[in-house]
Design a protein around this ligand. Structure first.
Ligand code: NDP
Ligand code: MG
Length: 390
């Protein structure tokens, strides 16, 4: 039986992962499930799957979790450190699906233990790509992509030589506002930004899809995961979200990955890798779909893409600054303190300020240094948001 842990089990990716493993319970032993505010879901899944331990990120919800688990034999724990300890419990396969930089330390802990880490938490690679890769290498752990574009690239590269890759193209639906006039974007509301035309995901990544900050993060993720130069990574707007990524080779061939917008494909691929197994996802009827459309992204509409290029050029810890500023700006938009288009302005101002200060982004990439610069960038973003809102 394979030992499985799911970090961020109560979220959109976590629930899709549980959907897959619950279909073959005889194959898996569930070690740890973690969540944050959704105690009822966490306890319910932990009991149903017979997990060893369930952990909530919130210290003050421990009693509630204990009560919900009473009599089940499932242990309860709470707090960020308890999540790291749960991630360290021996497991064969760990899903990293916490949202935000909070997913970095638990993911690293699982890699240190030598587990195969299925990585949905793109923030880990954006903030600390070399630390993740080095830890995987030195601990003999395996890092598998779960983001749909990166799973698609990974699959298209199977059996290929990375030296033959000329370019990688990742697609973007364009999100909720792709057809709005640029002048109207400042009127985008939280409600509209929180609904994706094709994918059903957590609220934060859905809003990031509308601003294309999600795609900006994925461009950096592509660079970090596959080690390809930034100028070889392209973004293509593809409203149907059926072609997830394309890999262009030296002979001019383009290998495209086509599939339904259902994360259970990428999760299932990582779960069964290197095998392929039947998955409960829709089989596309291309004759019925008829046509697929593509267009170039407009960087005036989506400044996040330009900012991602600046981050890749700056290197070092600039990805951690970018992510922290983006997470804080997103909080500001969700709380109603700043408008939709102000998010990119906040991130740009924070990047300009922190990357210009000598020593900050050149510090060695350790967990402590990432945490330090993350804190600085959040403070700076808070100040910028106050100025904009005031
Ligand atoms: P959700 O918001 O749906 O779920 C997030 C999970 O993280 C929940 O289990 C949540 O707990 C938990 N969580 C929230 N805050 C903390 C914290 N501070 N410490 C520990 N755990 C916390 O997110 P998604 O599932 O949409 O996304 C998860 C990750 O996967 C993100 O990095 C996202 O970018 C990436 N991803 C998601 C895709 C998708 O289709 N959803 C596609 C590709 C990548 P609770 O709900 O109990 O509060
Ligand atoms: Mg994606």
């Amino acid at each position: 039986m394979r030992r499985i842990s799911i970090l961020g089990a109560t979220g959109s990716i976590g629930q899709n992962t549980i959907d897959l493993i619950a279909r073959a319970p005889q194959e898996y032993r569930v070690v740890a499930l973690t969540g944050a505010g959704n105690i009822a879901q966490l306890a319910d899944d932990a009991c149903r799957l017979g997990a060893e331990i369930a952990v909530t990120a919130h210290d003050d919800r421990l009693e509630e979790l204990r009560t919900a688990l009473s009599g089940s034999g499932v242990d309860a724990a709470a707090g960020a450190q308890a999540i790291v300890e749960a991630a360290q419990r021996p497991a064969d396969w760990v899903m990293s699906a916490i949202v935000g930089v909070a997913g970095l330390a638990p993911g690293l802990a699982a890699l240190r233990d030598g587990a195969t880490l299925a990585l949905a938490n793109k923030e880990s690679l954006v903030c600390a790509g070399s630390l993740m890769r080095d830890t995987a290498r030195t601990r003999g752990a395996t890092l598998l992509p779960v983001d749909s574009e990166h799973s698609a690239i990974f699959q298209a590269l199977t059996g290929e030589n990375i030296a033959d890759v000329e370019r990688i193209v990742i697609t973007a639906s364009g999100g909720a506002f792709r057809d709005w006039p640029v002048e109207d974007l400042h009127k985008a509301t939280l409600e509209l930004a929180s609904s994706h035309p094709n994918w059903d995901m957590g609220q934060r990544i859905t809003i990031d899809s509308a601003s294309l900050f999600n795609k900006a993060m994925e461009v950096i993720e592509t660079r970090e995961y596959f080690g390809i130069e930034p100028e070889r990574i392209e973004v293509l707007v593809h409203p149907e979200s059926l072609v997830h990524a394309l890999v262009g080779f030296a002979d001019g061939a383009l290998m495209a990955h086509v599939g339904p917008p259902d994360m259970r494909h990428a999760i299932g691929y990582a779960l069964h890798w290197p095998e392929r197994r039947a998955l409960p996802v829709e089989r596309l009827d291309l004759a019925r779909i008829g046509s697929l459309t593509f267009r170039a992204p407009d960087e005036r509409r989506w400044p996040a893409l330009r900012l991602a290029r600046e981050v890749m050029a700056a290197g070092g810890l600039s990805g951690a600054v970018f992510n922290a500023a983006k997470e804080t700006a997103l909080d500001g938009f969700i709380d109603g303190r700043i408008g939709f288009t102000k998010m990119a302005e906040v991130v740009e101002r924070v990047l300009d300020r922190i990357c210009a200060q000598p020593g900050h982004i050149d510090a060695t990439m350790t967990l402590d240094n990432v945490a330090h610069i993350d804190h600085l960038a959040r403070q700076e973003a808070g100040t910028v948001i106050q100025k904009i809102a005031g």
